[in-house]
Write a protein of this length. Structure first.
Length: 296
């Protein structure tokens, strides 16, 4: 009640002051309206606040998709946050040559797997190195994504690492494999003095476990030998003379042959040397693997 009286007194003083100083011809009603308008104009209005949610800050990561073949098969790209241990999956369609994705800020490793997790590739130091035989570092290369920035040239082109080079995505349980044991039963020799085949591997990076088959082109028989991880040579002994196709199957899922599948001639009592396996390609490029062998 006292506050109302004070406000009334102040208002009346203002009216009186305005009345004392008003120009001639201005009525009391006009003075009252002017004072009330001044008081209203001086009221403090709070600025409006936005109720719209703010978008989370993200960065962009982009690059090329590669595959050691004339075409790119369907696969899944994994961008794994090294701190959180979680991975963002990106489905790659057949012959999709590039990718681009928005990610929360953080450090990531990028790798890809074919269906079944039999063949994997990644972005590694070997990619910016040029993927030559001198580029031997196939460890995954971390990439930092910052908010509002774009990281380019993260190319998934290294498919040549040894066993275990490409991690499985979080939550995927690895399949335990073992090195192959040479077959104890071989086709009966024809009675002619046997011969042999020897050669080496030319593999970009550490040589994985390889199973080498010699297919006799003049019969339905074939022979096979297994190698250890890192072994760079193979040898067949005591096989019948004839014409053969030699194919190596790596645990990475790639396969290689001698001279694009050229026939290898084995003469009686002689070993054909220099049958080196190069030009690694995706599984099924040269010849299907026989199901009778327990591959690694």
């Amino acid at each position: 009640m006292r506050r109302a009286r004070v406000v009334f007194i102040v208002l009346m003083v203002g009216l009186a002051s305005a009345a004392c100083n008003r120009p001639a011809g201005i009525s009391d009603v006009e003075v009252s309206t002017s004072v009330a308008g001044t008081l209203t104009a001086e009221a403090v209005v709070s600025p409006p606040t936005s109720t719209q949610p703010q978008a989370a800050a993200v960065g962009t990561l982009s690059g090329r998709m590669c595959y050691p073949s004339e075409s790119i098969p369907a696969m899944t790209l994994y961008l794994e946050n090294t701190a959180a241990g979680t991975a963002t999956e990106v489905a790659i369609a057949p012959n999709q040559g590039t990718f681009s994705i928005e990610l929360p800020p953080g450090t990531y490793i990028a790798y890809a797997w074919r269906p079944g997790f039999e063949i994997g590739g990644a972005y590694t130091p070997a990619v910016p190195c040029g993927l030559t035989t001198a580029c031997t570092d196939h460890s995954l290369l971390p990439v930092t994504v910052a908010a509002g920035e774009t990281v380019t040239n993260v190319d998934l082109c290294d498919w040549y690492g040894g066993p275990g080079a490409i991690p499985l995505p979080p939550g995927v349980v690895p399949t335990v494999t073992s090195a192959p044991v040479p077959s104890a039963v071989l086709p009966t020799n024809t009675g002619t003095a046997p011969g042999g085949i020897e050669g080496t591997f030319s593999y970009p990076g550490t040589v994985p476990i390889v199973v080498v088959l010699a297919y006799n082109l003049e019969s339905t028989y074939w022979w096979w030998v297994g190698t250890a991880s890192g072994q760079t040579w193979y040898s067949f002994d005591e096989i019948p003379p004839g014409r053969y196709q030699v194919v190596g199957y790596a645990t990475s899922g790639l396969e290689a042959t001698y001279s694009s599948g050229a026939a290898v001639v084995v003469n009686p009592g002689q070993t054909t040397e220099g049958i080196d396996l190069t030009n690694w390609r995706p599984a099924g490029t040269y010849r299907a693997k026989p199901g009778e062998i327990d591959y690694p």
